[in-house]
Design a protein around this ligand. Structure first.
Ligand SMILES: Nc1ncnc2c1ncn2[C@@H]1O[C@H](COP(=O)(O)OP(=O)(O)OP(=O)(O)O)[C@@H](O)[C@H]1O
Length: 318
């Protein structure tokens, strides 16, 4: 468990983290989201005792990080882009780390295997690709078999197989009752991986809740209905809170009523349905809504959201 109380970090006049309080529960994957510069890495560094809070406090498994006599066995961390530039092999790098905590060579070999590094374990870490470096970082985090894991952008640089592997690994670690706290800018991946989300913007918490709740709160859920009697069905659904839009002949989009309510209304009016599909919004949409006012670094140039216009024959000839 990770518990933060009024956690604050100021760098001169800049308040990077502004009095945040939150709890990361064991047995779940908790995602940490926020725009660039929101304060995620600073928060993670304070949890790991690498940055001293200007005010407030944070504990891991009930105690401040600095109080651990054997930190690797309490909390494992992969922190942002901390490439290990070393002439040591991956195995020797892990053995050196293990030696500081009296962790056995057997455990080193176990984490090498778990992270898919067996084939490159004897290779010099300095020559590792970004993805291999991430795997080594995860191996280091797992080394002490800790109850809590903190992973900053763990899928950064990983190929699709690696991304899937991290997803399954963190879910498995959480299912074992561990606390897993991870950040990522990849919304689709986060929606597939996390159970719970903490969203931060400009050093403040802007949402803290189960993924489904955050998606439901930040998006508009609709129901797609196909019926040969679409007009009659639309009439049967008239209520002040329900909005029905005709997308094309026989196809309705209904907002403000559940699929069950629409199905019941259709049955009561003896109208045939050919499709009844609840459409929920995406985490990306919810995130964009939540953080709309919190983005510190925004690109000013408009980016076309549709396909670029096709060149005319005259333009091509020029
Ligand atoms: N050592 C430092 N000195 C001064 N300002 C800092 C320092 N570290 C971070 N900051 C500032 O604090 C704010 C929070 O930074 P932080 O790296 O925690 O954000 P983040 O959410 O991790 O961003 P990203 O998604 O880009 O990694 C930023 O405005 C950043 O410029």
């Amino acid at each position: 468990m990770i518990e933060a109380q009024g956690l604050t970090k100021r760098y001169g006049a800049k308040t990077a983290v502004d009095g945040i309080s939150f709890t990361v529960q064991p047995g779940k994957v908790t995602g940490f989201l926020g725009p660039n510069g929101a304060g995620k890495s600073t928060t993670m560094r304070m949890i790991m005792g690498l940055d001293k809070p200007s005010a407030g406090s944070v504990t891991v498994n009930g105690a401040p990080y600095a109080s651990f006599r054997s930190p690797l066995t309490e909390v494992g961390a992969l922190l942002e882009a901390k490439a290990v530039h070393t002439g040591r092999s991956a195995r020797n790098h892990l053995r050196a780390l293990a030696a500081t905590h009296a962790i056995s060579d057997k455990r080193v070999d176990e984490v090498i295997e778990m992270t898919g590094l067996t084939a490159v374990a004897k290779r010099r870490v300095g020559g590792f690709s970004l993805g291999m470096g991430q795997r080594l970082g995860i191996a280091s985090a797992l080394l002490g078999d800790p109850r809590t894991l903190i992973l900053d952008e763990p899928v950064n640089g990983l190929d699709p197989e690696g991304v899937l592997w991290v997803r399954n690994l963190v879910k498995y670690l959480a299912s074992e009752g561990r606390t897993v706290f991870l950040s990522s800018h990849l919304m689709t991946e986060m929606a597939l991986t996390a159970d719970h989300l903490i969203v931060i913007g400009r050093g403040h918490i802007i949402a803290d809740g189960p993924v489904d709740e955050i998606i439901a709160r930040g998006t508009k859920s609709t129901v797609r209905v196909r019926s040969p009697h679409a007009d009659q069905l639309a009439a049967a659904l008239v209520r002040p809170e329900v909005t029905v839009t005709t997308k094309e002949a026989g196809l309705l989009e209904v907002f403000g009523a559940t699929a069950e309510q629409i199905g019941d209304a259709a049955a009561a009016a003896r109208l045939t349905l050919h499709e009844l599909t609840p459409i929920s919004g995406s985490l990306e949409e919810a995130y964009m809504t939540l953080t709309a006012d919190e983005v510190e670094y925004r690109s000013d140039s408009p980016i076309p959201t549709t396909e670029p216009a096709t060149l005319t024959k005259t333009e091509v000839a020029r």
